[in-house]
Design a protein around this ligand. Structure first.
Ligand code: 2YJ
Length: 271
């Protein structure tokens, strides 16, 4: 299942970017730029974002345009030091407009894919990978490293399965839960992870959780002091869960877009 952002969620992003950056810095020890770089295994001084031009193209297909989505994406790119604008036209005309303006990166999303294309290199970044990598880095920062630590991944969809792989590569001992057993079996064939039988007991035995599931989290199962890195939408926590958690890292768009934009820039702008 893929969760679609709503007008209401996106509406608040632009005005709260500085707050999001402060929140991320205090929770993870990294600003959004540092976090995005860490997610692709570079440091900010290894990349030149100066003067990078980003065109964000609104897309009307499927369920159509989400109000302020493109403008939020552009604003996130600006916060990273890039020059970004939303094209006046949508769809193919918008893409042509961005290309005519000689942008370095085009960002666009329909209901299935959300990508950033590095025009000069013809390579593209996926929001699913970027979101997984960003939230794994955030968890690493918040937990003070992941090597040898037990981490629970909730949800083995696109983001969850990539996150499981990245966590295992960082030396974490990964347990995955998904209600769909076919998904977890697929993961087992591909990587060294444990599969949990039920979410409740898995939650009650973990204090590091990467939540990439759209399901609600019952606070009664949450272990006191848990750090949640939680891209999952809608916001899954109840009051009790929030009280017991030591930290909840969550945002609707910023981390994923920041990693996607920096990764796209890295294809042509590494120093
Ligand atoms: O241009 C627009 O305003 C819309 N076409 C944006 C659609 C945004 N797409 C989504 O929210 C989908 N869930 C895609 C996310 C896929 C990657 N994780």
């Amino acid at each position: 299942m893929m969760t679609r952002l709503t007008d209401r969620i996106v509406e608040k992003i632009i005005g709260s970017l500085d707050g999001t950056n402060d929140m991320l810095t205090s929770l993870t020890g990294m600003s959004i730029l540092e976090l995005a770089c860490d997610a692709i295994d570079i440091t900010p001084d290894e990349i030149d974002l100066d003067g990078i031009r980003v065109g964000v193209v609104p897309v009307t297909s499927g369920l159509g345009i989400i109000k302020k989505f493109s403008e939020s994406v552009a604003e996130i790119a600006r916060k990273l030091g890039m020059e970004a604008f939303v094209t006046e036209y949508a769809d193919v005309a918008g893409l042509a407009e961005a290309l005519s303006a000689e942008v370095d990166i085009v960002i666009m999303a329909d209901d299935l894919k959300f990508i950033a294309i590095n025009i000069s290199k013809g390579r593209f970044s996926h929001n699913s990978f970027a979101t997984a990598a960003g939230y794994v880095s955030a968890l690493k920062g918040a937990a003070g490293g992941l090597a040898g630590k037990d981490v629970l991944v909730l949800g083995a969809g696109r983001v969850g399965s990539i996150a499981a792989e990245l966590l295992a590569a960082k030396g974490a001992c990964v347990t995955v839960y998904d209600i769909d057993k076919k998904r977890t079996e697929d993961l087992l064939c591909r990587m060294d992870v444990k599969i949990a039988d039920d979410a409740e007991s898995a939650l009650s035995s973990h204090t590091l959780v990467l939540n990439a599931s759209p399901a609600a989290i019952d606070g009664r199962s949450v272990k006191e002091g848990t750090i949640f890195s939680s891209p999952g939408l809608p916001f899954p926590f109840d009051e009790l869960g929030l009280k017991k958690a030591k930290m909840v890292i969550h945002d609707p768009l910023e981390i994923g877009v920041a990693v996607m934009a920096v990764q796209s820039a890295s294809f042509s702008r590494l120093r």
